[in-house]
Design a protein around this ligand. Structure first.
Ligand code: ATP
Ligand code: MG
Length: 423
């Protein structure tokens, strides 16, 4: 991609309503634009990163044996009335009417729809277990949408739902999903903790959250310095009123401390909560009908992108992990009007593209200062700087965004060096 053709409206000023680094940097680097409170458009750069996260999520979900589907966003009210959530969900549910005044909602989550599909199309235990997922736009009319993509009203979620004939089978898939989420967030370059979360009326260790540690996180995590215990403070409080400095309720030895985190993923054993009221049953090997056991597993795609920025930025901009970077290399021509610089830049651009390395060529006729600033802001992991020295000495500067380190390379070594550092 040539920078002159990239639609990436960067901003010098930080928008006043952007309070956290990820929101500020997504706006300043031209990744997103706000349409209304909690509702955003994704511009080319932002969408490219979203797609990279989705790709990691897909690969790992598929690897776990889950199958991708796509359900509708607009859901008839009847299904939500069956489970009682039409009333329970309250104002967060965006309700709509069609031309015949039939009621619908814009789906904030899809337990009802998936349970309806499964009850109509599965009848034997032999067809289970099964895990279905989608990557889809959700709407929740959040009371306080804020922090950009971190807490939006319209947002993209990966939601998966698993179906089983026994609790032990559900437990196996729950564990498999915990491992899968671990792989996903590790590949995305995130530091995360797995914490016990509110499991509603299911009880037990039926609910875990994946928390990306960050000062700006809206959740507080309680951790024991002695045993493995870590929980969302909301949960810890319900189970005995523990807080920072207290003795751990589990091991009775360690003391508890609080860190802040962003909930990027949530895995949950639903049991027969939905299958029972919606009569989604299967016949067991003796011919008896019993409710299907279910699990559900969510990941916020946009919130994961925001969390990655919260963990990887400095005062100049974003420092993308290699796996999420919109481009791996930015070729910066000190003087784009210089035909010799342009020729070298284009040659390297072509060679890297042939190696399947995603590369940006900053061919804009702007001052080098502006180009360096944009490269730092957007957060491309490597800058290749082509100037007069390149032409005089056949050398080129390679700068790492993460470490700030600069290497002087011979032109002939560029491709192999870049291949080495971007793998
Ligand atoms: P929260 O407690 O932050 O409101 P939640 O527990 O209601 O979230 P879930 O129903 O568990 O969210 O949804 C699964 C995932 O979807 C969350 O872990 C999060 O990553 C993402 N998510 C939920 N709400 C939002 C939102 N308003 N904006 C962006 N992502 C969201
Ligand atoms: Mg949750």
């Amino acid at each position: 991609m040539k920078f002159s053709k990239l639609y990436c409206p960067t901003l010098k000023e930080t928008p006043k309503d952007a309070l956290v680094a990820s929101h500020q940097l997504m706006m300043r680097s031209g990744m997103i634009r706000k349409l209304a409170a909690g509702i955003y458009s994704y511009l080319p750069l932002g969408l490219k990163i979203m797609r990279k996260i989705e790709c990691i999520v897909r690969e790992e979900m598929n690897r776990s044996g889950a199958q991708e589907i796509l359900m509708p966003s607009v859901i008839p009210s009847e299904l939500w009335k069956e489970t009682g959530r039409w009333d329970l969900y309250g104002k967060e549910l965006l309700r709509l009417k069609d031309r015949a005044s039939r009621e619908f909602c814009y789906g904030p989550t899809h337990e009802e729809v998936i349970t309806d599909i499964v009850r109509n199309n599965i009848n034997s235990y032999k067809q289970l277990p099964m895990n279905l997922y989608q990557i889809q736009t959700k709407f929740r009319d959040e009371i306080r949408p804020r922090f950009g993509l971190m807490r939006g009203r319209e947002f993209i979620m990966k939601d998966a739902y698993s179906f089983h004939t026994s609790e032990s089978c559900l437990e196996d898939t729950f564990q498999e999903m915990e491992n899968t989420y671990g792989r996903i967030f590790s590949r995305a370059g995130l530091n995360f903790k797995i914490v016990e979360a509110d499991s509603g009326n299911i009880g037990g260790s039926g609910s875990r959250e994946f928390m990306v540690t960050a000062e700006s996180g809206e959740d507080a995590i309680l951790e024991c310095d002695h045993c493995q215990y870590s929980a969302n403070v909301e949960v810890a409080e319900k189970s005995g009123g523990t807080s920072e400095g207290d003795r751990c309720g589990r091991c009775k030895k360690g003391s508890l401390s609080i860190t802040r985190g962003i909930e990027v993923g949530h895995i949950f054993k639903l049991g027969d909560k939905y299958s029972k009221v919606m009569t989604a049953t299967v016949l067991d090997d003796k011919g008896n009908a019993s409710p299907i056991m279910m699990g559900c597993y969510g990941i916020g795609i946009g919130r994961t992108m925001a969390a990655a920025i919260e963990q990887h930025h400095d005062e100049r901009g974003i420092k993308w992990p290699l796996s999420l970077a919109p481009f791996l290399v930015d070729i910066i021509l000190i003087k784009a009007g210089n035909p010799e610089q342009m020729k070298i830049g284009e040659k390297i651009y072509e060679d890297l593209t042939k190696e399947n390395i995603d590369v940006l060529l900053d061919d804009r006729e702007l001052s080098p200062g502006i180009k360096f600033k944009d490269a730092d802001l957007i957060g491309i992991p490597f800058q290749l700087i082509i100037g007069n020295k390149t032409i005089e000495n056949q050398t080129i500067e390679l700068k790492s965004r993460k470490s700030g380190e600069v290497q002087i390379l011979n032109l002939s070594d560029i491709i192999s060096t870049i291949k080495g550092v971007t793998q």
